[in-house]
Design a protein. Structure first.
Ligand code: MEV
Length: 325
């Protein structure tokens, strides 16, 4: 059986969402594929060659699953898979042997939800193989619990986007899904990832020093997110969406989460014809994205020349799905 699930992009509201304002994320058409079958033996085999886990085998006793190897970054992904397997076995009530192959189109560590996009199709695949038939909503919740176990905390956004697909507006733990397919985006990856923890601390410190100014900035970010949600869900004027992206980016610059590399990619995109360009995610490195409906090639080239890695994608309504049985 083959299952796939999408990665995600934060379109608006990073950082302000931490302070109770609304944010928008969307599924993108870069997907992770998990293929697998049940085995008679009590062994779990994981193959994930493009994640640099060459045919890793995991054995398990009745009590625990034992991981034999740690493969750096890929080993990190495996800890998500291990937790996902444990969650499914707990829900199912017993353990089964199986084999699973993971292939991903999503760069690891670029803030595009690569971990959730591995967890979600793994949960779905096992749920189908074991005939548990968990709903996508249940898988989103289970995915959040996996993230809490592995990383200590989770807003649940990445697994929710990956499981449900579409655009999600989230505010104070509440999630509203809307349809927003086919928005053409170019993601520009700086090639390095900022530490979300450090960036959150930096914004918090600035907010403690200038509470009123930062509250006003967060309110402006909230206005942008709610206006953008209306445009996206009603198929409105994407030129206006571009303008809102540019304003939002200015506000992210103001709270200190941009870097020279990110700014260069943002300006290179705008100069080469993007309607808007902004940081996505925590900043301090990582990615920006540009909205460039008729200038995709130009923007890709400009990002490359400015030292970034362009990734062409678009928003999608397709969440986790069974490709074939
Ligand atoms: C990071 O991808 C997004 C932040 O808003 C942090 C968070 O929401 O947990 C910066």
């Amino acid at each position: 059986m083959l299952v796939s699930a999408p990665g995600k992009i934060i379109l608006f509201g990073e950082h302000s969402v931490v302070y109770g304002r609304g944010a928008i994320a969307s599924a993108i058409d870069l997907r992770t594929y998990t293929e697998g079958k049940l085995l008679k033996e009590k062994i779990i085999k994981i193959h994930a060659n493009d994640l640099k886990i060459p045919g890793l085998s995991i054995s398990f006793s009745e009590e625990e699953i034992v991981l034999g190897t740690d493969y750096g970054k890929a080993g990190f992904v495996v800890s998500y898979v291990k937790s996902a397997i444990e969650k499914i076995f707990t829900e199912y009530g017993s353990r089964k042997g199986f084999e699973i192959s993971i292939k991903s189109e999503i760069p690891v560590g670029a803030g595009l939800g690569s971990s959730a996009a591995v967890v979600v199709p793994t949960l779905k695949l096992l749920s189908e193989l074991l005939e548990m038939n968990l709903s996508n909503e249940e898988i989103a919740v289970m995915g959040k619990n996996v993230e809490i176990e592995v990383q200590g905390s989770s807003s649940g956004i990445d697994p929710a986007v990956s499981a449900l697909g579409g655009g999600l507006y989230f505010k104070k733990g509440k999630i509203e899904r809307f349809s927003a397919p086919n928005l053409p985006l170019i993601v520009g990856y700086t090639g390095e990832k900022g530490s979300t923890k450090i960036l959150l601390e930096k914004v918090k410190a600035l907010k403690e020093e200038y509470p009123e100014i930062l509250e006003n900035i967060m309110d402006a970010m909230e206005d942008i997110a709610s206006k953008s949600k209306k445009i996206l869900s009603e198929n409105g004027d994407i030129k206006e969406l571009g303008t809102l992206m540019n304003i939002n980016n200015g506000l992210l610059e103001a709270i200190g989460v941009s870097t020279k590399e990110l700014s260069e990619l943002v300006f290179a995109s705008r100069i080469s014809g993007a309607l808007g360009a902004k940081i996505t995610g925590a900043g301090g490195g990582g990615c920006m994205y540009a909205l460039a409906p008729n200038k995709q090639r130009e923007v890709e080239t400009a990002i490359k020349i400015a030292g970034g890695i362009p990734i062409r994608t678009k928003t999608t309504d397709e969440g986790v799905r069974v490709e074939h049985k």
